[in-house]
Write a protein that binds this ligand. Structure first.
Ligand SMILES: Cc1cc2nc3c(=O)[nH]c(=O)nc-3n(C[C@H](O)[C@H](O)[C@H](O)COP(=O)(O)OP(=O)(O)OC[C@H]3O[C@@H](n4cnc5c(N)ncnc54)[C@H](O)[C@@H]3O)c2cc1C
Length: 322
């Protein structure tokens, strides 16, 4: 079995999710290669080799203003033909969801998404994914010879399994995407903040905010702490925040060092997305809210009073000399 992992980068560095997939597959004893698109620093190539990638393909993107998806799709299909990869794995992101679907269609491959782990059973690659509203774990297998898989955000942690000082790097030319491909006209970042999955500190707001204006209390605290704002599902449904900020079963799975839940009751579907956080602080007027039972620190009180004071205090401490 030959596995290729597409590496996504954030600020020029491979994401933890991408590295995690490489080491997860390497730990199964499978041949795993990594594909980096765009300029790759020596350190990054070493990180990928350290995670267990036996080969790192470094591809320069074509100069013409093509959509990143078209260029990557052409690269992956080309590598399948030239290097004989049979399994393609991606960390779930807006880009990779689109790309994985297109690649599966182009190769006639089976596509399994929301994978939480992979195992080998008698030479067969088996995936695990949550089913029935995350209430049970299903074992799934591809019926096709070629496989495409999307791993759930935060599902697998990077490990050091290979030799970081000896990456085998193959430079490749990106093939030209088809003439009918999408053309990128302009690019604008959808969110100024880094994505939730890799955030170290998250301040999340829920329906307890009561009015949309109170979202500013959450984002102010997140900013004061150098973290990122997140929300529960109802705020997305009400149109107060984009889906990209939602934590939970149908949103992002996060594992920051600190998660502050403001006005969030802690229903099962929200808990699923944040229970792996290092320290959980809940601010809630209801001392019996479910979230209080799995928080490290439960603050009983009105968030509209607590959050401004907390933010002010942090800003003051930060501004004052040590
Ligand atoms: C299939 C499915 C998938 C789902 N996926 C997700 C998901 O991905 N993410 C997600 O979040 N939910 C998800 N849900 C919804 C989930 O079940 C809950 O309904 C949702 O998480 C509740 O959001 P909440 O805690 O913000 O709101 P509520 O449950 O309404 O809780 C609001 C909390 O705010 C507190 N509060 C009120 N006023 C104040 C105040 N002034 N100060 C402090 N606290 C206050 C209340 O005591 C209460 O505990 C899903 C549901 C289903 C069925």
């Amino acid at each position: 079995m030959r596995v290729l992992v597409l590496i996504e980068e954030r600020d020029g560095v491979p994401t933890g999710d991408s590295l995690g997939i490489v080491s997860h597959v390497a730990a199964l004893g499978l041949y795993v290669a990594a594909l980096v698109v765009g300029p790759a620093a020596e350190d990054d190539l070493g990180r990928l080799a350290g995670a267990g990638a036996q080969t790192v393909y470094a591809a320069a993107l074509p100069q013409e203003p093509t959509c990143p998806i078209e260029a990557r799709l052409a690269l992956l299909a080309d590598l399948q033909a030239s290097a004989g990869f049979d399994t393609f794995l991606f960390a779930t992101s807006a880009l990779s969801v689109d790309l994985a679907g297109r690649l599966a269609a182009r190769l006639g491959a089976g596509l399994i998404w929301n994978l939480s782990s992979l195992t080998m059973d008698d030479g067969r690659l088996i995936g695990r994914r949550m089913a029935r509203g995350d209430t049970l774990t299903a074992l799934v297998e591809w019926e096709t010879l070629l496989r495409v898989g999307l791993m759930r955000p935060g599902a697998v942690e990077p490990q050091t399994l290979g030799k970081a000082d000896q990456p085998l790097v193959v430079q490749i030319e990106a093939p030209k995407p088809s003439a009918t491909g999408t053309v990128e006209i302009s690019r604008s970042p959808s969110l100024g903040a880094p994505p939730l999955a890799s955030a170290g500190i998250i301040v999340a707001g829920g329906r307890g905010l009561r009015v949309q204006e109170n979202l500013a209390l959450v984002s102010d605290l997140a900013e004061a702490l150098g973290g990122v704002m997140a929300v529960s599902l109802p705020l997305v449904d009400m149109g107060w925040a984009p889906r990209a900020l939602q934590v939970g079963q149908t949103g992002a799975t996060v594992a920051p060092q600190l998660y502050i839940a403001c006005g969030i009751s802690g229903q099962y579907q929200h808990k699923l997305g944040m229970e792996r956080s290092g320290t959980i602080i809940a601010i809630n007027i209801d001392r019996d809210a479910p979230i209080m039972a799995f928080s490290d620190l439960a603050v009983v009180g009105d968030l509209s009073k607590i959050l401004p004071d907390l933010t002010q205090l942090i800003n003051k401490r930060r501004g004052s000399p040590p």
